[in-house]
Design a protein around this ligand. Sequence first.
Ligand SMILES: *Cc1c(COP(=O)(O)O)cnc(C)c1O
Length: 341
Amino acid sequence: MEKKNIDWANLGFGYMKTDKRYVSDFKDGKWDEGRLTEDDQIVMSECAGVLQYAQTVFEGLKAYTTEDGHIVVFRPDLNAERLEQSAARLEMPVFPKERFLDAIEKVVAANEAYVPPYGSGATLYLRPFMFGINPVIGVKPADEYQFRVFGTPVGPYFKGGAKPLTIKVSDFDRAAPCGTGNIKAGLNYAMSLHAIVTAHKEGYDENMYLDPKTRTKVEETGGANFLFVTKDNKVVTPKSDSILPSITRRSLVYVAKEYLGLEAEEREITLEEVKDMAECGLCGTAAVISPVGKIVDHGKEICLPSGMEKMGPTTQKLYDTLTGIQMGRIKAPEGWIRVIK
Ligand SMILES: *Cc1c(COP(=O)(O)O)cnc(C)c1O
């Protein structure tokens, strides 16, 4: 397989049209058999449910080349399950897990020339998504839906090493109590845009959202879960019903316990206790872990002891172990790596 002539190491995180994408339509109460297509355009009614009432959910995962030359994806079964939960919450039909896995496989195989080589740091980012496509004007769920998966090659998240981020405690809320914070819906991102543009204007990299009810507990950022390391080297992650259950975070907690022999716990974490933490990172598919160096709460600076130069030592170990598992350098737990080729 001849790879595309792409400067893998200098790719950013942007969209590039690839050769094939997967499409399946839901109509008359059932999904059709699905197909690969070269057509990247979607034609729909001006009144489509997705356009009027934001009925859309998505996923994000990566395909990449391992050390021994296989093309693999990381825990796609968890993306399939999470998409089911997201769809159910927005009254959308479930796209069956086995079919989701098959669609991922088809898109990766059809775009093999875009899967970056091992060692480049780049990956083929996969975006499964589903949306209401028929006209909806009275507020109700759509009757017809489309499920799609496309891939786009993306560069290494950190060019020249991970620089710790400075984040701001936001005055905006990301999710309401009993709202949709725990599903991967576009609507959660639309309302975070003003908050992130504001934070960037003020010189911050990200927002830390607090629990919307009491504004005392740490939730997450716009698109990544928090992970902290305490001074006695315990890994702790916020427990909340209004955060998105990150697959990266769940995997890191497992790695902390089973590979590094650390204590790891998911529990409520107050903003008050953040000043006593030794390390902090943001977990998500894109970067695995982005280190946090400083958190600013209305002018009051919390400087993590790990500093502004590099990841904290435990964060680094977690990062090295999980990326080692993903790249095939370290033996993966059963079922974590799905080999496509
Ligand atoms: C996708 C997402 C994450 C990260 O989840 P992963 O499964 O690790 O990629 C975290 N928070 C939000 C709000 C997200 O949408």
